[in-house]
Write a protein that binds this ligand. Structure first.
Ligand code: HEC
Ligand code: HEC
Ligand code: HEC
Ligand code: HEC
Ligand code: HEC
Length: 189
């Protein structure tokens, strides 16, 4: 009995089991890579806020809303109060603006879906890049043409290093930018 069971496992089942294990590891690996890579991720947001309209057509400066992008690690997404600077008057009767005002009146934060993200174990800082004159579009694409924001570029380690090694090729308009760091502790602190 024992022997024949062992036989069975060795001859037939084992290869199948190994195949399944390998296949599922491979699939999980690629699935998690794709998820972390994030290119193309364009979620629906709680309010249909358009960058194309506000930052494109109306030419509102990025930093009117992303106030910290020159000063700190994070760019920051604006509070509802920033929107209400205009929308206490502008388009008050539109459904999205009525919804916006409800959040404002109830003091509820808007839970915008986060799009770009590097894992916690990697360190990214906006101000060091932006203060060197690197434009938002170099990393985020043409935001001023986006009705809805999506991730254009991958932020894997390889893509960070790719620019750090060839900044003059990636950013031909910036003459006196240094090479970006490649030593591990620059980004893993
Ligand atoms: C009037 C305010 C406002 C202005 C001006 C503005 N943004 Fe935004 N931005 C937002 C809000 C609100 C969100 C979150 C909702 C969304 O993703 O559309 C956001 C999201 C983003 C995101 C994605 C954040 C994430 O979750 O990863 C990027 C990138 C971005 N903005 C870049 C820009 C750039 C570049 C400009 C200038 C060309 C700009 N924004 C101008 C309000 C603004
Ligand atoms: C500097 C003024 C200003 C700021 C700040 C501003 N908006 Fe607007 N927004 C406008 C104006 C003006 C329009 C109408 C433009 C048009 O239709 O030509 C508009 C249109 C809109 C619309 C479309 C309404 C409709 O259905 O016609 C939405 C939604 C919206 N804004 C959301 C937001 C959100 C969310 C924020 C904050 C992140 C924000 N706006 C910040 C001025 C502003
Ligand atoms: C060198 C590449 C690079 C440049 C240039 C850049 N970003 Fe980003 N941005 C990123 C990365 C990477 C993330 C994810 C950061 C994280 O997870 O900590 C991000 C995230 C964001 C976010 C959402 C999270 C946060 O940090 O608050 C916003 C908003 C944003 N960027 C706006 C901007 C704006 C506006 C500019 C131009 C003034 C800009 N970015 C320039 C790479 C860049
Ligand atoms: C489009 C080009 C570009 C991309 C993409 C880019 N960087 Fe950089 N980064 C630079 C350049 C150029 C410098 C050096 C600036 C200088 O010192 O002149 C730099 C500097 C840095 C520094 C050093 C900051 C300091 O304190 O001196 C860190 C950390 C960093 N980048 C992290 C990242 C990470 C993490 C990513 C990917 C998520 C990334 N960068 C993507 C161009 C880029
Ligand atoms: C310019 C910034 C930068 C530098 C320099 C850097 N890393 Fe990374 N590293 C990252 C980012 C960003 C991620 C997250 C990548 C992702 O989400 O796929 C990462 C991910 C990793 C991972 C996780 C596995 C993976 O591939 O996703 C390991 C391990 C790692 N780095 C090791 C290193 C070592 C060792 C060095 C030095 C030789 C180094 N890193 C230098 C930015 C950097």
């Amino acid at each position: 009995m024992k022997n024949s069971l062992l036989d069975y496992i060795l001859r037939a089942r084992l290869p199948v089991t190994i195949f399944i294990i390998i296949a599922s590891f491979t699939l999980t690996y690629f699935a998690s890579r794709a998820e972390r890579d994030g290119v193309g991720y364009t979620p629906d947001q709680p309010i249909n806020y358009s960058h194309k309209l506000h930052a494109g057509e109306m030419k509102i400066d990025c930093q009117y809303c992303h106030v910290a992008v020159e000063k700190s690690r994070h760019a920051m997404v604006p509070a509802v109060a920033t929107c209400m600077n205009c929308h206490s008057v502008a388009r008050k009767d539109k459904p999205d603006i009525i919804k916006l005002k409800e959040y404002y009146d109830e003091g509820k934060p808007l839970r915008w879906k986060r799009i770009h993200r590097v894992p916690d174990y990697a360190y990214f800082n906006h101000s060091v890049h932006v203060n060197k004159g690197i434009d938002c579009t170099a990393c985020h694409g043409e935001i001023t043409k986006m009705e809805k924001v999506g991730q254009m570029n991958s932020f894997t380690m390889g893509s960070c290093l790719n620019c750090h090694r060839n900044p003059h090729e990636k950013l031909p308009e910036l003459k006196n930018v240094n090479l970006g760091p490649e030593y591990c502790s620059a980004c893993h602190r």
